[in-house]
Every structure is written in C-alpha cells, then in structure tokens.
Write a protein that binds this ligand. Sequence first.
Ligand SMILES: NC(=O)c1ccc[n+]([C@@H]2O[C@H](COP(=O)([O-])OP(=O)(O)OC[C@H]3O[C@@H](n4cnc5c(N)ncnc54)[C@H](O)[C@@H]3O)[C@@H](O)[C@H]2O)c1
Ligand SMILES: [Fe+2]
Length: 386
Amino acid sequence: MSNRIVLNTISYHGAGAIAEIPGEITRRGYKKVFVCTDADLVKFGVAAKVTDKLDEAGIAYAVYSDIKPNPTIKNVQDGVDAFKAAEADCIVTIGGGSAMDTAKGIGIIINNPEFADVRSLEGVAPTKNHAVFTIAVPTTAGTAAEVTINYVITDVEKVRKFVCVDTNDAPEVAVIDPEMMASMPAGLTASTGMDALTHAIEGYTTLGAWEMTDMLHIKAIELIGKSLRDAVAEAKSGEPGSGREGMALAQYIAGMGFSNVGLGIDHAMAHTLSAHYDTPHGVACAMLLPIAMEYNKPAVTQRLADIAVALGVDTTGMSTDEAADAAIAAVKQLSADVNIPTVCEAIVEEDLDVLVKDAMADACFPGNPREATADDVKALFRKIMK
Ligand SMILES: NC(=O)c1ccc[n+]([C@@H]2O[C@H](COP(=O)([O-])OP(=O)(O)OC[C@H]3O[C@@H](n4cnc5c(N)ncnc54)[C@H](O)[C@@H]3O)[C@@H](O)[C@H]2O)c1
Ligand SMILES: [Fe+2]
C-alpha cells in the first residue's frame, strides 16, 4: 500500500503575509475575485484587511458573507448562486473553518455541477475537476481548512454534519498571517487552539499514521504545548506575542498531517454534538479529547507516552503506561488553564441513541485506533453529560 500526501501548491507564513495575495491573483490572469467570508468578519473589519489589498491593487471582487458557524447546505448553495451572479473566476476565502469549508463546497460545485445537491459530496466524492482556483486565509488558529482536503457541512433537515474528503478541494494557495487572527477573543483562541491539538493527537494516534505525518503531528503538539496558553493570554491583554504566531504555525502543521491520514472517535463525536446542539467545533473537540485519549490508551499506549514528551512532561523514570497517563493529565490541565468546559449541558438522555448512531456513521469514526461498540460510544458521551 502506498501513502499519499496532498498539500497546498504554495503557502505563505508570517505577519504581513497577506501582501502576497494580489500578486498571486494577477500573475495568473484572474479578473474577478469571489470573496467568501462570514458576516462577523465583515462587521469587525477582519475581511477588510484583505479586501483593502485588493482595492489597492485595483482587483475587482464581490463579497459573499451569508455563512454561519457550522455552515449549512444552504450556505453552500446560496454561495454557488452568488458566485455565478458575480461572474467571478477565482475565490479568496477569509475566515475560520466555516467560511473556508463553505468556499471549498462552492468551488467544487462550480466546476462539478453534478454535485449541486451538496449531500452527494459526503465521504470521498468522485469529482472530476479541481475546485475553482482558491486562496485561503485563516482567521482562527485551529481547523487548518486552508491546507486540508476536507470540508464539513451541516444538513439541517437531517440534523447531521457530514465530512467531504476530496483532493480536488485543496486550496492552491494558503496565506497564514497571524495578524488576521489578532482579533480573536480569548475563548475562540482557546477553543480553536484545542481543535488543532485534537487534530494533532488524533492524527498521531489514528490507524493510518505513518512516519511523515508522525513528524508533523509531534511538532504540532510541541508547538501547541508551548504556545496556546500564551496565545490566550495575548488575546486577553491585546498585546501581540509569540503565542499567537506559534499557534498560527502549529495548527497549519497539524493540518498538513491529519488531512492526509484522518482522525478518530473524538471528531466523529464532536461533529455529532455540533449537528444536534450547534456546539462550537473546537469546544466539542476539546471536551472530548482527554476522554477519547483515555478510551484509546490500550491501543496506543506508546504513542500517548510520546505525546507526553512532546507536551513537555518530564517522563524520566515513568513506565510507558504512566507516561501515557501523564499525557492525558497534561491535556486536561491545558484545557483547564484555557477555560474549556468539561460538560456539554445540552445532551439529554433521550438523545443518546441517535447521538451514538450518528457518531458511528461519521467519516472520522473508522480511523479510530480502538474499535468502539455502540455501548462504548454511549459511555463516552455520558462522561461529558451534566
Ligand atoms: N476543513 C477541515 O479540515 C476542518 C477541520 C476542523 C474543523 N472544520 C470545521 O470548521 C468549522 C469551525 O471553524 P472555526 O473553529 O475556525 O470557527 P468558525 O469559522 O465557525 O468561526 C466561529 C466564529 O468566530 C468568528 N471569528 C473567526 N475569526 C475571527 C477573528 N479573527 N476575530 C474575531 N472573530 C472571528 C467567526 O466570525 C464566527 O462567528 C466547523 O464547521 C468544523 O467542522 C473543518
Ligand atoms: Fe477539528
């Protein structure tokens, strides 16, 4: 069996990197940009940091911002209509995972119109053409949707969130500029940062993990362990610092890895919580992370011990088993330090059977290193109930 790696063609990293965007558009001869962002990012002037650059360069654009967190099929379909109405020929997406994932769906459907229902894109869809040329600019430090081959859409009617996996949707260009993330409040910095940690830990322990992705995930875990507390403190104080820069890079490195090997039970359960209760993705992932690690420990004890070291725990004199426990404790401590809740108040007993069914049907579920039964999944959901 061979392993496959798909990444952006070009990525820019560092403060001020958005200055590269106009040149990437004009040198390819594109005439009109479809700016795909969300309403709050327009309101708070975050999208304007990029559109100002387009204005300065005299590049025409239309803005689409009708996108909610945990974006819906309708957000994608309305975006397809807006793209056509704008007569655009390329996409610049500015946002967290919600805006970037919507842009991926739009870009795929424009070039593969037979998937216009969106639902048929679930799983690995046999699209023929690459999405519309896209430059992705993240404004949160978590999802890494700017480099991944995945996007996640909510089916409001069926009360489920589904993952689409498609090498045709990887944005050609990613621009990871920590200044685009500077306006994130502390809570969003914490939850999206814990999403990135979940990607790195699930990516390191997933069934498909191999040397190249191991290298990326361990580096990401190390950087997140060093940076997340500082990034949250910087968000509170408004002072710039190395925490935010570290998180911008770390979340991208985690994305380079997990996009190519998949995730596990934490993300399968987190998608289900967001579909049923609109729980923010990062919060859902973070609440479940130590619980999923504990559950998977028998299958990946040594790997959890490696994670303890990457998180800066001194494991000298510990057995592998103790070091694995230390990794779980370190994740719990980090979560507590950045104020992640441990309980999802919305879950009620009557919902448990459907939550279990949906989590087990999620595209991330088969990647989990320990095979889980319905009873196991139910017991895990119970651990975050009030
Ligand atoms: N494609 C992937 O590989 C991938 C991976 C993980 C998660 N996801 C998906 O991404 C979505 C979550 O994305 P997210 O966690 O980045 O959050 P988000 O995009 O849903 O944004 C959450 C809120 O934060 C605001 N926000 C974003 N950036 C901001 C900034 N710089 N300053 C102030 N406010 C800002 C947004 O306007 C929004 O109101 C979920 O739907 C999740 O399933 C996708
Ligand atoms: Fe995630």
